[in-house]
Design a protein around this ligand. Structure first.
Ligand SMILES: C[S@@+](CC[C@H](N)C(=O)[O-])C[C@H]1O[C@@H](n2cnc3c(N)ncnc32)[C@H](O)[C@@H]1O
Length: 276
């Protein structure tokens, strides 16, 4: 029976509020589901395809999916251990340092996954931002208490990842789509094109996502469309989108934006682009 699954991380660009609109615009049938920018995975977890390829460039994020798939209980044990003490700024900074040490030592294991979940719950606004060395540097959010996870949800996600044909890839979106073929469905939820000239391109990773990446993505979108792949994308409603995706179906949707320090910028228009 299909369980109700939802994202276990707060992630910039999370798609929970757009789910109904996205699902209404998906193709009715498809072979494999591809999500090359998986992030918090709101759409994947809601639709739960039986065959899927998920990918992201953020290795730590993918490690959580990998560890949940391999040994959910090991991750839960570690998160419970971290949650067994109250948090204050000192503890936050200690555990953030521990998380970064593990990244530097390449200990990408269940404990590292648990630290990622814990840090995400205790950092400012659930942001994921790294410095030029790839180390996580978001400050404390001053929430003393609170569980870092919903155990049942994480157990169900682990079960879903194990019991279905879900391939977890790590790397650039272009490589992740190399074998997408006719009848497959790709959903692109890349870091968005900034709304204004002054807004910055996003830095989920030390490399960031540049205008050149957006051009590369638009080229890939066209290639996939020519290969007979169903392709859907979400993005900001900005002129560059109409330029890059000229000829495809572009539908405007209203959204409330959670991660923005300026309250006046918390509402906006986005688009859903399809080739069908
Ligand atoms: C807007 S978020 C995805 C949000 C997701 N749909 C959700 O519901 O949470 C974009 C994701 O793209 C990833 N990313 C950035 N550059 C990438 C690249 N070149 N290739 C693959 N993933 C990339 C980021 O790590 C981030 O997780």
């Amino acid at each position: 029976m299909k369980k109700n699954l939802f994202p276990f991380l707060k992630w910039a660009g999370g798609k929970t509020q757009l789910l109904n609109q996205l699902e209404a615009k998906m193709p009715i049938g498809y072979k494999r589901y591809f999500e090359p920018f998986i992030g918090g995975g709101a759409l994947l977890l809601d639709i739960q395809p039986k065959k899927a390829v998920i990918n992201d460039i953020n290795e730590q994020l993918l490690n959580v999916y990998i560890q949940l798939k391999q040994d959910t209980e090991a991750v839960l044990r570690e998160v419970n251990r971290l949650d067994s003490h109250l948090c204050d700024e000192k503890r936050y900074l200690e555990l953030r340092a521990k998380y970064n040490e593990k990244i530097q030592r390449r200990e990408i294991d269940p404990e590292c996954a648990a630290l990622m979940i814990w840090v995400n719950k205790h950092c400012f606004n659930g942001l994921y931002r790294v410095n030029s060395k790839g180390l996580f540097n978001v400050p404390y959010n001053r929430n003393v208490n609170g569980r870092s996870m919903n155990e049942e949800n994480l157990r169900n996600i682990g079960y879903y990842l194990r019991e279905n044909d879900i391939e977890i890839r790590h790397g650039d979106f272009e490589k992740a789509c190399r074998d997408a073929s006719s009848g497959d469905f790709v959903y692109f939820d890349s870091p968005y094109i900034p709304v204004s000239e002054t807004a910055k391109f996003t830095n989920y990773t030390k490399e960031g996502f540049t205008i050149e990446d957006h051009k590369r993505l638009a080229k890939l979108y066209r290639q996939l469309a020519l290969r007979g792949v169903w392709v859907m994308m979400s993005n900001h409603n900005v002129p560059l989108v109409y330029e890059l995706y000229n000829g495809f179906r572009i539908i405007e949707v209203d959204v409330k934006r959670a991660i923005n320090r300026d309250a006046t910028k918390r509402f906006g228009k986005e688009v859903i682009i399809t080739n069908y």
